[in-house]
Structure formats: structure tokens, C-alpha cells
Design a protein around this ligand. Structure first.
Ligand SMILES: *Cc1c(COP(=O)(O)O)cnc(C)c1O
Length: 366
């Protein structure tokens, strides 16, 4: 729970901040070209590497997650390149839209909402193409609460005859869900500070493999603010090309120290436990889960709205009477589901609060 308000903020970002992070973000500004800043950026990137499970470069972009997704497109491809997007919801759709705007030739394979991307579809689609420059997956589709099995899908991409880059949006899962970048051969991996990292919004993190660097050298799509060559040049002295979101980095520095202390395995376990606890609680209330157990996300859970229940009215009631902030659906699922986020700073007690309020308010809303 938040220090200042009593709201149990359970939307999929921004997520609540621990008190330690709140205090860190109220510090005085420092020189972003000075030693203290450089030490901080060094610490942050080293700690991120532990959670990304990578030896690749990691850069801190001052932007929301979408900026990271744009950087992942514009730095590695040229107009006309064949890209394939496997999407199962709104965030995947937006990433594909970025690629279209930058002039790529996009094969957009849409999986029905509420389901994960399956191996057969990926295999069959890849077989149809001789020349694929990049394959894109959303690790955790936040708009529905679906987790895609990247460890099963990655080998299909890595063995394709045209050697495409493998790009993953793990904005709402990395830091809470196991995704070993190097073991899986992920070439470009994106996440953002306000999701599972217990930090404020403002920073996107992007990691880049040596193979992706090779592609960057010949990529012709335009990039300036997000030119990763500049990021690399400045990262050598632990700085960024333009002024970074220093306040957000104060928060992220602190939250990463806390996360490192908890340990990644424990954090992954905690998120799985909380997911299971919430899902069984929802079933006990007689409500329907939107996503099957095998596709369920450890960070976001969607409840199918019962007939004749207005989702907006329910979310409003939960906020106004019970101090619980949930999210509705997005895109295709708008008006069909409500979503509970449980990423980052979250405990079973927070979820018990949600379940209790769902139970009481459901009687009033029916
Ligand atoms: C939140 C989110 C985004 C967009 O991030 P912003 O920080 O809002 O720009 C993209 N993809 C996924 C999977 C997300 O959860």
C-alpha cells in the first residue's frame, strides 16, 4: 500500500512503491555528468544484468516502455525488411504498428485474445517465409493477462534458415518472471521501470545482443533520440546521451538493491504464489477467470465480467467505496474483463484485500 494514500493500487503500471523507494525519489538533484551519477548508473545496469540474466549491453532510455519498443524496431531494421509479429492482445498490436510506421513489411499473426501464442502457429508461419529479419513476441500480454512461453518459442526462431533477430517485449514481466535472456538467445529485450521493478515511470531498459549489434550497423530506419550507438558511447562512462530521468533512477537504484536482496528466485516464486492465491480466490467467489491456468500470467489476472455487470461501474465502486484501483479491458477486451495487477511491490495481504472487496462489491453490483 502507498504511504500517502490508502489506495491499494492494483493497475498494471504504475505500480505501488515501497517506502524506501519513495524516500529515494525525494532526494536533491545531482549532476548527471558527475561521479555520483556515474556510480549510480553503473550499479543500476549491473543489477539489471542479474535480472535480465545477460552479459549483453543494457541501456537506460528516458521514456516509457513504448519508447523502448520503438528503439527495438528502429535500430535494427531497414524499410522493407520482413518482420513477423505474433500477438495476442493490444500491446502486441501497438508494437506491430510501430514497425508498420517505420516502413517494415509486417506479417502480423494475431492469436485470439485470452490465448497464448502456440508453437504450431509460429512454426507454420516461419516456414512460409524465406527471408525474415526479425520475429517479435510479447512475453506477458498485459491487456489480457497471458504469459507466452518464450522458452518454447525461441528455439523455433533461432533455428530458422534466415537467422532472424529475436525480439521480446517483457515490459510487464521482467523482474518478476524468469526469462534468461542469454540462455534463450533473445537478441533485443525491453522492459520499463513502472511495472515489476517497484520504481516510478520514466525509464525503459533495453538489452542488445552482439548479433543485434551486427544488424544495427547496417539498419537504415531513422533513429536519433533512441540511437543506441550513442547510448553505447555514453555508457562507456556510465552516462546517457541526453539528460536522464534522474528521479526515476534514484528510485530504480533503491528498488534494485531491495530486489537483489530478496533474490530473483524468491521473487519469481512470490509472483507465482500470489497468482495462484488470487486465481483460486476468484474461483471461490464464483467468478470466471478470462485466461486458462496454463496461459496465466504471474503479474496480471483478468476476470471475465459476468452478464449484465457493467465493468466501469464495478471498477468505480471498488475505487470509491473500497479504495482499490483495478483496470478494465483494453482494445478487444474493453468492457469484457477487469484486471488485477500483482507485480513488483505486492503481498498476499494486498490480494486478500482485493478478494474481500470483490466479494462485497459483487453483491452490490449484480
Ligand atoms: C505497459 C506496457 C507497454 C507500454 O508501456 P508504457 O510504459 O505505457 O509505454 C508495452 N507493452 C507491455 C507488455 C506493457 O505491459
Amino acid at each position: 500500500m502507498n504511504k500517502k494514500s490508502r489506495t491499494n493500487l492494483r493497475i498494471p503500471g504504475p505500480t505501488p512503491l515501497p517506502v524506501e523507494v519513495l524516500s529515494a525519489t525525494s532526494r536533491q538533484m545531482i549532476n548527471h555528468r558527475g561521479h555520483e551519477y556515474e556510480q549510480m548508473q553503473k550499479r543500476i545496469t549491473e543489477n539489471l544484468a542479474y535480472f535480465f540474466q545477460t552479459e549483453n549491453d543494457i541501456f537506460l532510455l528516458t521514456s516509457s516502455g513504448m519508447g523502448g519498443l520503438e528503439a527495438a524496431v528502429s535500430n535494427f531494421f531497414s524499410p522493407g525488411d520482413q518482420l513477423i509479429f505474433f500477438t495476442c492482445g493490444e500491446f502486441g498490436n501497438r508494437w506491430a504498428e510501430i514497425a508498420i510506421r517505420f516502413g517494415a513489411t509486417v506479417d502480423h499473426v494475431k492469436i485470439p485474445v485470452g490465448k497464448s501464442v502456440d508453437k504450431d502457429t509460429v512454426y507454420q508461419t516461419l516456414e512460409k517465409h524465406d527471408n525474415v529479419a526479425g520475429v517479435f513476441f510479447t512475453h506477458n500480454e498485459t491487456s489480457t493477462g497471458v504469459l507466452n512461453g518464450i522458452s518454447e518459442l525461441a528455439p523455433l526462431v533461432k533455428t530458422h534458415r534466415s537467422k532472424p533477430l529475436l525480439l521480446v517485449d517483457s515490459i510487464s514481466a521482467l523482474g518478476a518472471v524468469n526469462l534468461p535472456m542469454d540462455d534463450l538467445g533473445i537478441d533485443v529485450l525491453v522492459t520499463a521501470s513502472q511495472k515489476a521493478w517497484m520504481a516510478p515511470p520514466g525509464i525503459a531498459m533495453i538489452s542488445i545482443s552482439p548479433y543485434a549489434w551486427e544488424r544495427h550497423a547496417t539498419a537504415k530506419m531513422p533513429h536519433y533520440y533512441f540511437d543506441i550507438s550513442l547510448y553505447k558511447e555514453f555508457a562507456e562512462k556510465f552516462q546517457t546521451p541526453a539528460t536522464p530521468a534522474v528521479t526515476t533512477l534514484f528510485g530504480l537504484d533503491t528498488s534494485l538493491e531491495m530486489m537483489k536482496k530478496e533474490g530473483r528466485e524468491k521473487i519469481f516464486q512470490r509472483h507465482i504464489q500470489i497468482m495462484n492465491h488470487l486465481r483460486s480466490g476468484i474461483k471461490k467467489l464464483g467468478l470466471t477467470l478470462f485466461v486458462d491456468d496454463e496461459d496465466a500470467s504471474p503479474t496480471v489476472t483478468s476476470i471475465t465480467l459476468p452478464e449484465n455487470v457493467d465493468g466501469k461501474r464495478w471498477v468505480d465502486l471498488l475505487r470509491e467505496k473500497y479504495n482499490i484501483e483495478l483496470a478494465g479491458g483494453m482494445g478487444e477486451t474493453k468492457g469484457k474483463i477487469i484486471r488485477v495487477a500483482h507485480m513488483g511491490y505486492v503481498s498476499e495481504k494486498d490480494i486478500d484485500g482485493v478478494l474481500d472487496a470483490l466479494k462485497k462489491s459483487f453483491v452490490e453490483i449484480k
